[in-house]
Design a protein around this ligand. Sequence first.
Ligand SMILES: Cc1cc2nc3c(=O)[nH]c(=O)nc-3n(C[C@H](O)[C@H](O)[C@H](O)COP(=O)(O)OP(=O)(O)OC[C@H]3O[C@@H](n4cnc5c(N)ncnc54)[C@H](O)[C@@H]3O)c2cc1C
Length: 244
Amino acid sequence: MTINARTDPPTGGLGRTLIRLMMRPAWIAACEPLGDRFRLVTLEGAALRGVSWTPGQKVQIAMGSAFVARTYTPMDWDAVQGRTRFLGYAHGEGPGSDWLRSLAPGAQCDVFGPRASLNATHLAGPLVVFGDETSMGLACALAAQDPTRSLACVFEVADLEAAEAVTARLGLSRAALFRKATDEAHLDTIGEALSSLAGAGASFVLTGRAAAIQKVRGELKRRAVAPRRILTKAYWAKGKAGLD
Ligand SMILES: Cc1cc2nc3c(=O)[nH]c(=O)nc-3n(C[C@H](O)[C@H](O)[C@H](O)COP(=O)(O)OP(=O)(O)OC[C@H]3O[C@@H](n4cnc5c(N)ncnc54)[C@H](O)[C@@H]3O)c2cc1C
């Protein structure tokens, strides 16, 4: 069964039964605020032990009902201790943003997954992760997957100063950060920055905002980057709630 992140919640017994059957109960072991909008969240629980996880996979967290979930990317997963971390970005209005802002250690939650989302293991050469605030956790997971591989991060962000503090805290201090412009002009600059990396034989993982991914992918194609060197996964799209 698929957890439909967009459906309005039928509440009650069925939802509780589904949560019990399909989701892993966990609790918030830590929730570190990184500036106003970011939360570095540590989940723990016996049900998180013995889990097989690959960097790039996703989890869906129930927002009070099995029928309303929001998706996040584990940065690491300790299957012996039963512990995982993700970086949540409370962008504004929505159940996921509200949940992140409300988190306190000890709170319970229900986790579906980990499940397949992006698998970068077959990508050769240096790796470039393009995305935004929602992609920083993925970059951490991929950086840890193969510390010998060269990994460059390029993020479009709403608040440069806040993003700089977060990338420094996460050890992504070499990330190139670009302030989002309403006319999308920053994506032209990003396209140019990526072209030199494309020439060096890099592979590209494009995540975050759907419209930005589309534009950057178009730019890479224009520069003759082979499709097998590009992986994409939209993490959110304007006007669409709860992509998974
Ligand atoms: C595979 C996958 C992995 C993901 N991993 C992460 C992760 O590790 N960390 C993380 O923070 N997010 C991650 N996301 C994105 C996150 O699930 C979405 O941003 C989600 O929509 C937020 O839920 P919400 O309830 O706050 O907003 P929603 O109710 O889902 O959305 C309300 C509206 O807000 C807007 N919106 C949604 N997300 C954003 C955003 N980031 N910035 C600006 N506007 C937005 C849209 O216009 C949407 O219509 C991931 C998504 C996917 C699909």
